[in-house]
Design a protein around this ligand. Structure first.
Ligand code: HBI
Ligand code: FE
Length: 270
């Protein structure tokens, strides 16, 4: 049993009742996968696309968590745990520190196809699980859980949430074919998958821990700021330090609005 897990987390865990999914819900999964996999062909990080295939998130039916876990365990030792929605930060980080990814089991309604408030199974499973099959990223996510627990203890909830947002959810990566997407919030959104690489509205900056911790973000709109890494293992390297001085400097220097550029920003061209 992981030292980070307590019986506390059990109250958030549910069972995926795969038999209860309706035809319409399977059809919604099919529709989302078919549409998004096409959009991502030359936009997503290659490893993400390969994992998608390996996951054979069989696009005909919603995936069974047991099948996903058999594959995921083999790849990186991670497991997805079924939850029914957003859970408190501390519990979320404790799951991550235990190599468990809280994954919702419900799927969005047709009227929510382009955007929904809280993560559904498409966002969590289609968006997050493929990257959890990449060993360096899986290590980053486990370390992230530990750093998250520490951040909450010291009152840096906002700063660590920004770090999660601009890497895990909305991160971009340089490849020899140009910028590609690895952030789950983007890969599960058709419009943002196109916009983040092709629009000239958002700025794209070199990843910078302190700058990220100062940067505000939108929940309900396309981002105006993205951060770019060179390699997936770069994430672990920049996180595996004493973060306290970064938190303190970020708080002392104050927040930066999502669309604002400041002195020292290193802009990345697409
Ligand atoms: N809970 N189920 C779930 N999924 C998330 O992505 C999630 C969460 N709780 C908190 C949270 N994300 C964010 O606050 C992260 O910044 C931690
Ligand atoms: Fe997410």
């Amino acid at each position: 049993m992981s030292p980070y897990l307590t019986p506390e987390q059990d109250k958030y865990m549910i069972i995926q009742d795969w038999g209860s999914y309706t035809k319409a819900e399977h059809a919604m999964w099919r529709r989302l996968c078919g549409r998004q996999t096409e959009v991502l062909q030359h936009r997503a990080f290659p490893f993400f696309l390969q994992s998608q295939k390996a996951l054979n998130a069989d696009e005909q039916f919603l995936p069974k968590f047991d099948d996903v876990n058999t594959l995921l365990k083999k790849c990186t030792g991670w497991q997805i745990v079924a939850v029914n929605g957003l859970i408190p930060e501390l519990d979320f980080f404790q799951f991550l520190a235990s190599k468990k990814f809280p994954t919702t089991t419900f799927i969005r309604k047709p009227e929510e196809i382009d955007y929904l408030e809280a993560p559904d199974i498409f966002h969590d499973l289609y968006g997050h699980v493929p990257m959890l099959m990449e060993p360096n990223f899986a290590n980053y996510m486990e370390l992230f859980g530990k750093k998250g627990i520490e951040a909450l203890k010291h009152g840096f909830t906002t700063q660590i949430a920004r770090l999660y947002w601009f890497t895990v959810e909305f991160g971009l990566i340089r490849t020899d074919k140009g910028l590609r997407i690895y952030g789950s919030g983007i890969v599960s959104s058709k419009s943002e998958s196109i916009y983040c690489l092709e629009s000239d509205i958002p700025s794209r900056l070199e990843v910078n821990m302190e700058r990220i911790m100062r940067t505000d973000f939108y929940y309900h709109d396309l981002q105006k700021m993205y951060f770019v890494i060179d390699h997936i293992d770069q994430l672990y390297r920049i996180l595996d330090v004493n973060l306290m001085p970064y938190y303190e400097r970020a708080v002392a220097k104050g927040d930066i609005l999502n669309y604002e550029l400041v002195q020292g920003d290193l802009l990345v061209s697409v």
